[in-house]
Design a binder for this molecule. Structure first.
Ligand SMILES: Nc1nc2c(c(=O)[nH]1)N[C@H]1C(S)=C(S)[C@@H](COP(=O)(O)OP(=O)(O)OC[C@H]3O[C@@H](n4cnc5c(=O)[nH]c(N)nc54)[C@H](O)[C@@H]3O)O[C@H]1N2
Ligand SMILES: Nc1nc2c(c(=O)[nH]1)N[C@H]1C(S)=C(S)[C@@H](COP(=O)(O)OP(=O)(O)OC[C@H]3O[C@@H](n4cnc5c(=O)[nH]c(N)nc54)[C@H](O)[C@@H]3O)O[C@H]1N2
Ligand SMILES: [Mo]
Length: 777
């Protein structure tokens, strides 16, 4: 590890003038209409529209501008004046467009017409909606239902998602993977198993009532910047914020509130984390074991004084499995914990003391815990830590996964799930008079396996950029084109549209900021945020093109062309009035959606409730479960000389595969994304110099060659034995088999790689290994 003198870094706080500059950069390029300010002003407010970026909560008492740098970017990106028209497609073959970067593709702006792939000219040509639906329907009728995948990226509204799930089940499959399978699926599985609820237990008020927060692997400053406001308030209140992250993320260190004139003018910044520990990637299991070890030791000491640290009553009444876990912790020596975590015993004990002293603790986490081979154990052990002191099911305490896409959690709530047991199929059967398929459908990894093996013949994508977001890109792209039918519903052009099946359609939809006028007038949609609160969203802008349809309308169009008529399944009425879809959701899901239409505009959203918050544990034993770990770390591969753990990172200037620009301001990396972040000690050991161009190769030892060329070495503060580089550029290096066991979430935060020295910036001429070795202790 090294200091700021020698590594790429950023001296400013998160927020502050830098974030305003970040927005104005986009304003300069994308600020095409005066209505844009009005639109931003309505973002995340009652009767406004809900941000298209992340799923952070929409507070009831909102700020005048309830949006952040990245939310503004995402909104302006949708409002762009640029248009990707049939003329554009006539000028460029699909083969040519495959050589363009993600950034260049996005720069073409909003899609305007439904398009069909024409193999004779290798271009997309415009087509009518009816023609598109008719051919898609005819093809789907010919295909076996189990050979079709209905993917969704987590943006589509609750209304669209509910109809999409219904479409798949009426058609005959539960093949409903979504972006959550690459993201917080680990959470859904681990929380369900340990506390009986698959989502977080914390609500907004808890942030104001807690004494301490433990933060694992979530980058608030870039990925949920509005969270910085309650974090700043908490820090000012004296809440201890203890962070574990291999990267020193600026937003978790300092923040200047861009909405506070005083802070902006005086340059006053707030320290966010009171402790910051640069854990090794995958070292969190060891950290959590160490934290618990100290808590047990503190409890032993307290007992001698006639006191307790553990919440003994809670443990007795509400949990199972403590003894086995405790025995495992006692049997795990500190030197193992230190080696696996890369942190000293003193550092871990210092963090644990905060936990021992605090009455009310919130645990917060993101992809740093979920995207590992043993991600399940990461999350389960975090639950263990919180259970020790009864920190779940109490005000000011709880576990809080920070969800990604703006409605990713909500889609799962209303039936987008390949796990048929999680969906009220009996209810659907009764409501719509059909027999839904009962077998398990495919998740993301299984969909990829099916495409590779040829078993999956068709892919329908409701948003997203699947081919670019998944592991094993090179093999996947080759297999993709062998499918019979691919259909992509999208706002902007991306790579997945260019890797097409034999028959391929690109269907453009309205965005959330745009007016969605149907038979009964303008329609609202709704989303569920990370705290399980559901808010309405009303777009007001004129749609980017008169030829766009809403997502609800497109799903209904495909359904009507594919399925036999059913008097209980009223597609036209639903498209005409989305309130009727909400009534149907209420009938399927009962109390959680009580008076759905009436409560749609509740300020801050209406709370769907969470059983674990009430200490009702919907697990097998009807109790919260302590988990005894089987693994020492989360990476799932062994240490070897020259083998590194690669973390794939998001920059501050992207939303997943959408690249806004080349400024990762808060990490001090500008102008390029083709970088390899290496700590100066590792650079010395491997004989690398700053600016040298290298390649990365996969070290999964499965006989598959995977290489990414042309990465410039940048010295960066990281733990030993690991490297950092950007997602999605690094996805060709990720083996498909490299995923969490129970949830199958791809392990994007510890990819086994080696460095190859290459000629200038070209391909590897000589397969040279760096002379140094990257073993860490
Ligand atoms: N602007 C913007 N906002 C976004 C997104 C975006 O791309 N751009 N994406 C959205 C989506 S879909 C999602 S899921 C969320 C993602 O938001 P996050 O959960 O924050 O995901 P990442 O940025 O991938 O990684 C989180 C952090 O994990 C750390 N980390 C890596 N490995 C480890 C480890 O082994 N242990 C620990 N403790 N930490 C580790 C990384 O350094 C990084 O700071 O954000 C959402 N919001
Ligand atoms: N290596 C690595 N891989 C990862 C990750 C990682 O951290 N590292 N993170 C994973 C995570 S957390 C996720 S969630 C996935 C993301 O995977 P996806 O959700 O599949 O990808 P996105 O990049 O969010 O999708 C962007 C596209 O969505 C379309 N779009 C935007 N708005 C709308 C809309 O309103 N409607 C419709 N229909 N389309 C719209 C646009 O065409 C845009 O190009 O990637 C995963 N892959
Ligand atoms: Mo995500």
């Amino acid at each position: 590890m090294s200091d700021d003198e020698t590594t790429a870094h950023y001296d400013g706080p998160a927020g502050g003038w830098g974030s305003v500059r970040g927005i104005t950069e986009i304003f300069g390029r994308e600020w095409a209409t005066p209505l844009a300010t009005e639109t931003l002003f309505r973002q995340n407010k009652p009767k406004g529209f809900m941000c298209v970026s992340c799923s952070w909560a929409k507070p009831a008492d909102y700020h005048p501008f309830e949006f952040c740098e990245n939310g503004a970017k995402a909104t302006l990106w949708e409002l762009t004046s640029l248009r990707c028209t049939p003329d554009f497609f006539a000028e460029h073959t699909v083969t040519e467009l495959r050589t363009w970067t993600d950034y260049e593709l996005e720069q073409q702006g909003r899609l305007t017409h439904p398009m069909r792939y024409d193999p004779a000219t290798d271009t997309y040509v415009p087509c009518g909606w009816d023609e598109a639906f008719a051919e898609i329907g005819a093809e789907l009728k010919r295909l076996a239902p189990k050979s079709v995948v209905f993917y969704s990226s987590g943006r589509a509204s609750l209304e669209t998602a509910y109809l999409y799930g219904l479409l798949a089940r009426l058609y005959g499959c539960n093949n409903l993977p979504d972006s959550s399978n690459m993201c917080h699926e680990t959470t859904s599985v681990a929380l369900k198993q340990t506390i009986g609820a698959s989502v977080g237990t914390v609500v907004f008020d808890d942030l104001q009532n807690c004494d301490a927060m433990f933060f694992f692997g979530q980058n608030t400053g870039s990925n949920s910047p509005r969270f910085l406001h309650p974090l700043q308030e908490a820090a000012k209140r004296g809440v201890e914020i203890v962070t574990f992250n291999p990267v020193r993320e600026r937003g978790l260190e300092f923040f200047t509130n861009p909405q506070s004139p005083v802070e902006m003018l005086t340059g006053k910044e707030t320290r966010i984390s009171s402790q910051y520990h640069q854990v090794r990637p995958g070292g969190d299991i060891a950290v959590l074991m160490g934290l618990c070890k100290h808590v047990f030791a503190a409890d032993d000491a307290a007992k001698e004084r006639g006191e307790r640290v553990l919440d003994v009553d809670f443990i007795q009444q509400h949990t199972t499995g403590l003894d086995a876990f405790k025995a495992k912790v006692r049997a795990t020596p500190w030197d193992e914990i230190e080696h696996e975590s890369g942190l000293s015993r003193a550092a871990i004990e210092g963090a644990a003391e905060v936990y021992v002293k605090a009455d009310r603790v919130i645990g917060i986490y993101g992809m740093g815990l979920t995207q590992h081979r043993n991600g399940f154990e990461n999350v389960a052990l975090f639950v263990n830590l919180l259970l020790l002191k009864g920190n779940i099911g109490r005000d000011g305490a709880g576990i809080s996964p920070v969800r990604g896409h703006s409605n990713v959690q909500g889609q799962r709530t209303v039936g987008i799930s390949e796990k048929s047991e999680l969906v009220p199929l009996d209810k659907l059967a009764e409501q719509f008079g059909f027999e839904p398929p009962r077998d398990k459908g495919v998740n993301t990894v299984e969909a990829c396996e099916g495409i590779l093996s040829g078993g999956i013949r068709s892919f329908i994508g409701l948003g997203g950029n699947f081919v670019h977001a998944i592991p094993e890109r090179d093999l996947m792209e080759a297999a993709w084109t062998k499918m019979r039918l691919t259909v992509q519903v999208a706002t902007k052009l991306n790579r997945s549209h260019l890797v097409n099946g034999e028959i391929a359609y690109l269907l453009p939809c309205r965005g959330r900021t745009e007016e969605d006028r149907q038979a009964t007038g303008p329609q609202a949609v709704s989303m569920e945020d990370t705290f399980s609160c559901i808010s309405g969203s009303l777009g007001r802008r004129t749609p980017a093109s008169p030829h766009l349809k809403s997502e609800v309308d497109i799903v209904a169009g495909i359904a009507k062309a594919t399925l036999a008529p059913n008097p209980k399944v009223t597609w036209d009425a639903w498209v005409g009035d989305y309130g009727l879809i909400r009534d149907a959701i209420e009938r399927t899901y009962g109390p959680e959606f009580r008076d759905f239409n009436e409560r749609l505009w509740t300020p801050g959203g209406f709370y769907r409730g969470n059983s674990a918050r009430e200490r009702i544990w919907k697990t097998e034993t009807k109790r919260a479960a302590f988990t005894t770990p089987k693994q020492r770390n989360a990476v799932g591969f062994s240490e070897a000389p020259g083998r590194y753990r690669l973390i794939t990172l998001r920059s501050n200037d992207q939303f997943n595969t959408t690249i806004y620009g080349y400024s990762d301001r808060m990490r001090g990396i500008e102008g390029t994304r083709d970088v390899l972040l290496v700590n100066p000690d590792e650079m010395a050991r491997a004989n690398l110099r700053e600016g040298q161009v290298v390649a990365l190769v996969s070290d999964a030892q499965d006989g598959i060659e995977r290489t990414v060329y042309g990465l410039k070495v940048v010295p960066f503060s990281l733990p030993d034995g690991c490297l950092g580089a950007y997602y999605p550029e690094m996805n060709p290096l990720m083996p498909l088999s490299h995923h969490d066991g129970p949830s199958k979430t791809p392990a994007a935060k510890s990819v086994p790689v080696r460095i190859r020295i290459t000629d200038a910036d070209g391909p590897v001429t000589e397969r040279l290994e760096p002379t140094g070795h990257a073993t860490s202790a």
